[in-house]
Unconditional design. Structure first.
Length: 340
């Protein structure tokens, strides 16, 4: 009874898998890096064969921005990188329509019978997204050296960087082997980005520190954006390409700023340095006195004091005699007393 059941299952399965298949997928969105191919089948189709068998001669339709990988027993046996229709030329399932003829069918039945009627083949199609994966934002904070040649200030400061990067899968086979593997349905970029963001930070921070190692004034950071971006992109691409088949396509740094408290230290140091110049110091003192007199003049209680200060500023040779009168010269013009 078991032998009859196995033979019946083997014969029925072999005949059902004689039909040719067509595999395709819709345009892959940016969120999907790998998607398993689906056999195109309508309600009218008589093809009820196994999902894990691809008959020789079947068609694989590759959309723009993707490539197709065919695996057999877990091993990659075909790669289709150009868009369009591709004919599969496998050797495992060569039936009537695949060029194997009746002998191919009988061979298939015998092989299935030895496995109790089940098919001993696992063949699958995977579509890999080869488009540019855009809009991967990043925000980083690092400690770098800031050196102000004008004030000789040399300090460690916190710098914040933000921007976005994009990447592409340039080696689909390596990506499949090392990253996605034999996924059931889809492999999303969310599954990869936490790791990639950490590796990007590890590459970006040393690059920024190296740029600032010889001393960079705070206002000069913006002039190094392109230099930092190119170096970080090169470092990430080299690593990602080697281990995952991914290359960073572009990197844009939107901001590179010094922490407010560190920027304030730089500003205060620059102001203190400016006051060591006698001319600048005198000018600063004069401006401060003028501000004080304007403040006093605006206060009713300080009007007389402001008048005296203004008078003294306008007539440096005036002095106040003990008789209460303002006069000039060495003797009072009103009482004749000598200037003390």
């Amino acid at each position: 009874m078991g032998i009859f059941k196995a033979f019946s299952a083997a014969a029925r399965g072999a005949m059902e898998d004689q039909w040719l298949e067509a595999f395709s997928c819709d345009a892959l969105p940016a969120e999907t890096l790998v998607q398993r191919g689906v056999r195109m089948q309508s309600d009218r189709s008589a093809n009820q064969g196994s999902d894990n068998v691809i008959s020789a001669g079947s068609v694989i339709l590759v959309p723009d921005g993707a490539c197709a990988i065919v695996t057999e027993m877990g091993e990659i046996i075909a790669l289709y990188e150009t868009p369009g229709e591709h004919k599969f030329t496998g050797e495992k399932a060569r039936g009537i329509f695949g060029g194997g003829g009746v002998k191919g069918v009988l061979r298939d039945v015998g092989e299935r019978f030895s496995y109790g009627g089940d098919v001993p083949i696992v063949q699958r199609v995977y579509f890999v997204n080869t488009k540019e994966i855009l809009n991967n934002p990043f925000e980083l904070e690092s400690t770098v050296r800031l050196y102000d040649s004008g004030t000789k200030l040399d300090m460690d400061a916190r710098v914040s960087a933000g921007g976005t990067y994009s990447y592409r899968i340039t080696d689909p086979v390596l990506f499949y082997k090392n990253v996605s593997g034999n996924v059931r349905g889809t492999f999303s970029r969310r599954e990869l980005h936490e790791q990639m963001d950490a590796e990007f930070a590890s590459a970006f921070m040393p690059v920024l520190a190296a740029v600032c190692a010889d001393g960079v004034r705070p206002y000069e950071l913006g002039a190094h954006l392109e230099q930092v971006a190119c170096a970080a992109q090169s470092a990430c691409s080299a690593k990602w390409k080697e281990i995952r088949g991914i290359e960073m396509f572009s990197l844009a740094i939107g901001s590179l700023t010094v922490a407010p408290e560190d920027a304030q230290i730089v500003k205060q140091t620059q102001q203190a340095k400016a006051l060591t110049d006698p001319a600048l110091a005198a000018g600063t003192l004069t401006a401060a006195q003028a501000d004080a007199m304007r403040t006093a003049a605006g206060n009713p209680a300080g009007t007389s004091l402001a008048a005296v200060l203004l008078a003294g500023a306008a007539k440096p040779s005036l002095w106040c005699c003990s008789c209460g009168k303002w006069t000039r010269g060495n003797f009072c013009e009103h009482c004749g007393k000598a200037r003390k």
